[in-house]
Structures are given as C-alpha cells and as structure tokens.
Design a protein around this ligand. Structure first.
Ligand code: DC
Length: 227
C-alpha cells in the first residue's frame, strides 16, 4: 500500500484529531482535519455577522481555506492563521450548525476530495469514511462514552485557559452529537466496512498500534515496523 488513505470518523471528543495527527506523523502521511474546514467557514461567517443570509456560500465569498505545513498543520483563512480562533467553543457550535446545510457541505466536500485524491493521507471528521473517502484503504469509527469525551474536551479548554463548566461542556457535546447524527445530509454514521475503536481508557499509542495493526491486516503484512 504505497499511498494509503486512512479515514476516521466519530463524535466530538473521541480523540480523532490527536490520533489522526500522530498516526499521520508516524506513517509519514499528510493529515487532513475536515472539521477545521467547517470551523474556518463558521469563523468567517461569524465575523461577517451574515448568519441570517439566505445564501451562506455567497456570503462566504471568495475566502479560501488552506493548510500550512507543520505538526499540526496550521489552518489559514485566506492569509490569516486561524488555527487558534477556530477552536473557540462558539465556533465549534456554529460549525456544527452550518455543517447541516447542504450547500456548505458541497463547497467543502469538493476541496476535501481534491486534497485526498493523491492518496497518502489520514483524514478525520464526520463523513470521512462515508462520503469524502468511501474507497479509503482503512476506515475507523472512533468513539468513547459521553462522560469521557466531555472530560477530554474540558481538559482541552482548561489547557487553553478557558474555564467552561463541565456540565455545559457535556450538554454541548450531547447536542452536537444529536445534530451531527440526525442531519439529513452526510450524517455521522458507522460505515458498514469501518472498524470500531473504543478509545475510553486507552493511551494514544495503544490506539495508534491498533490502527497500524489493522492497516497491516488490510495490506496482508505483519507487524508494525513494515509500514
Ligand atoms: O471535528 P470538529 O469538532 O472540529 O468539527 C466541527 C463540526 O464540523 C462538527 O460538529 C460537525 C462538522 N463536521 C462535519 O459535519 N463533517 C466533517 N467531516 C467534519 C466536521
């Protein structure tokens, strides 16, 4: 498998970004955080105060979302590095709401598929395994209990100096799950050929080992060092 595509989906806080990033690094593949693209879109519209606009895609205008190089790759909105700004809780919330709009998905899907077309990438999101890369070499559905995911998100916010109430974080995640799972267009779902990985209580390394092992099985190889 020369330039494998590994697609990872799962609910908020399941550990997808941390694992996908480390996995891409370990396997020397590119990393695509598709949620960051929805977040950048949300940030732009948030700043424009254009949320009532009928045509959100037109309101988004000519703005361009791109990724720089680095670990993790910085996210650019035009020439501005928005890597930090898109992590604000209200932007995540808005991204989830915008992501239910078909026109928004069509616009971002095109860009995501262009990035994935050359192979050699670990991508993660909500429809990575089902819509963006249905032919991925390996599909993973990563999950953990609501409590565990809320604890992780709270720790991430604290590390950034954002003191969010745990119950608020948990209920935001719950609402987000509900919206992401129940939307009409490309909802979060387990692809029939996806491997389900429960990340609760596991270290990042343990999860990466599991994925590398699965990749070997798909490629017909044995052991972690052959990748
Ligand atoms: O993974 P994240 O929290 O950064 O994603 C933010 C929101 O973007 C998420 O709640 C739903 C949406 N999203 C999506 O609909 N499809 C994707 N492939 C990735 C994210």
């Amino acid at each position: 498998m020369e330039k494998p595509v590994i697609a990872i989906d799962g609910p908020a806080g399941a550990g997808k970004s941390t694992v996908a990033r480390a996995l891409a690094n370990y396997l020397n593949l590119r990393y695509l955080d598709t949620g960051a693209m929805y977040r950048a879109f949300a940030l732009r519209l948030h700043r424009l105060e254009q949320l009532e606009a009928e045509d959100l895609v037109a309101a988004f205008g000519e703005a361009r979302i791109s990724f720089g190089t680095g670990t993790p790759p910085p996210v650019f909105l035009d020439v501005e590095d928005v890597s930090e700004a898109i992590r604000m809780p209200e932007i995540g919330e808005l991204a989830s709401r915008l992501s239910a709009i078909r026109e928004v998905r069509v616009l971002l899907l095109r860009q995501q598929q262009e990035i994935v077309a050359d192979g050699g990438v670990v991508l993660e999101g909500r429809d990575a395994t089902t819509v963006i890369a249905p032919n991925a070499n390996l599909k993973i559905y990563m999950t953990a209990s609501l409590e565990e995911r809320a604890r992780r998100r709270s720790r991430e916010f604290s590390a950034k100096g954002l003191e969010e109430d745990f119950r608020d974080v948990r209920s935001q995640i719950e609402q987000r799950d509900h919206r992401d799972i129940n939307r009409q267009d490309s909802p979060l779902t387990v692809a029939p050929d996806a491997e389900i990985i429960e990340t609760g209580g596991k270290s990042i390394d343990a999860v990466i080992n599991e994925i590398v092992e699965l990749l070997h099985q798909r490629a017909g190889g044995h052991g972690r060092t052959d990748v």
